[in-house]
Design a protein around this ligand. Structure first.
Ligand SMILES: *Cc1c(COP(=O)(O)O)cnc(C)c1O
Length: 379
């Protein structure tokens, strides 16, 4: 058996990531936002899906712009995207890491006057202009230059002369609610601040804005969630292809008489004779404990309710609706797939799809399908 089969035979859960679907979703966002360019946001290990294989597939499909959270992620990403791709670091640089960033050829998003000054100082030392993105805080109060910072920069334009500002950037607090007034207010504030600085290309939109509000497109959109096949914001995932499938394998099945308690705290009691399967995925695998007595697995189109508390490494599902011999030890039930999307799981668990994806655990047998050179990417 090959590595992938061996891993799948050993693990309690199987995670499949469809790289062709990631590329199809890139094309979908490109079509929705042309002539803007589409950058791929691959921070947090590509939302838990594996930044190496995901970014390599995107780079293979022509994507040249990537965003990560910090320099550590940028250094890890470089070998997967080639030397020509731009890697933008959303948090900017920790003081003292500027030379390392220069060596790695990454582009910091500069969020404060201190970050601007440190990068400009290195540029002067090097005797050449260094690439940068300038982030302006248009109203989210998370990252970026304030009104006063922008005024200070505008007052001393030589402060920016050492930099090649590729983009001015901002981020929307409520992009998933396109009708909200705060989006228009942030756009206006972004325009007002950007107008104080030398004219540069603009980047404002995340996935929700890219697919929901053409007024935000600017010159570059920054897509994360949509590439991973999840509709950003309300409405169906029209045109996006699911990327993730997750299954859990049956460890054992027991038949319990009415009135039997199940799982930690015995929070579930059988109502009649019930067949209960224990499957090998739990909250340590990122499966939400909030789905105790609430969520479900699926098998052959049949819904199998989760009964009792989700444990660390396992949980119980009621398989009474299946024929007695339909599901045996070692076989798999669907947790994420055609019957239950990432968004469904998130909604049931009272959280957002981002959190479900980024918490996908490390114990799964991971399989990448599709992608130009998927064979080389198993490790
Ligand atoms: C994470 C992030 C994105 C991508 O957001 P999605 O909703 O996943 O498309 C874009 N821009 C910034 C600044 C981000 O932090």
């Amino acid at each position: 058996m090959d590595e992938g089969d061996r891993a799948a035979s050993l693990a309690g859960g199987r995670l499949t990531i469809d790289l062709d679907a990631v590329v199809a979703n890139l094309r979908h966002v490109e079509a929705a936002t042309a002539p803007a360019r589409v950058a791929a946001v691959v921070k947090a290990d590509a939302y838990g899906l594996g930044a190496g294989p995901v970014a390599a597939a995107l780079a293979g499909a022509g994507c040249r712009d990537f965003f990560v959270a910090d320099l550590a992620e940028a250094l890890d990403l470089r070998p997967h995207v080639g030397g020509q791709a731009s890697i933008h670091v959303l948090h900017g640089l920790w003081p003292g890491t500027e030379a390392l960033a220069l060596e790695a050829g990454v582009t910091p998003v500069l969020n404060s006057l201190a970050q601007v000054r440190a990068w400009a100082e290195l540029a002067r030392t090097e005797g050449r202009r260094l690439p940068a993105v300038l982030q302006l805080d248009s109203g989210m109060s998370r990252l970026g230059l304030s009104d006063d910072d922008v005024a200070a920069l505008a007052a001393e334009p030589q402060g920016l002369e050492a930099l090649d500002v590729n983009y001015v950037m901002s981020h929307l607090a409520s992009a998933d609610q396109p009708g909200e007034d705060v989006n228009a207010a942030q756009r206006a504030s972004f325009e007002r601040l950007a107008a104080l600085l030398p004219a540069r290309p603009r980047t404002l939109a995340n996935s929700a804005a890219a697919l929901g509000d053409p007024l935000t497109h600017g010159d570059l959109v920054r897509a994360g969630l949509a590439l991973y096949g999840v509709a950003p914001g309300p409405g169906p995932a029209a045109g996006l292809r699911p990327v993730v499938s997750l299954s859990a394998r049956v460890i054992q099945v027991r038949t319990l008489p009415a009135g039997t308690g199940v799982g930690y705290g015995l929070t579930y009691t059988t109502r009649g004779t019930e067949r209960i399967a224990t499957v090998g995925v739990g909250y340590a695998d990122g499966w939400p404990r909030a789905l105790s007595n609430r969520g479900a697995a699926w098998f052959g189109g049949v819904r199998l309710p989760i009964v009792g508390q989700v444990s660390m490494d396992s949980m119980m599902v009621d398989v009474s609706a299946l024929a007695p011999d339909a599901l045996g030890a070692g076989e798999a039930v669907e947790l994420i797939g055609p019957h239950q999307s990432v968004a469904d799981v998130a909604a049931l668990a009272g959280t957002i799809p981002y959190e479900i994806l980024t918490r996908l655990g490390r114990r799964y047998a991971r399989r990448y399908v599709g992608g130009a050179s998927a064979q080389g990417m198993r490790a």
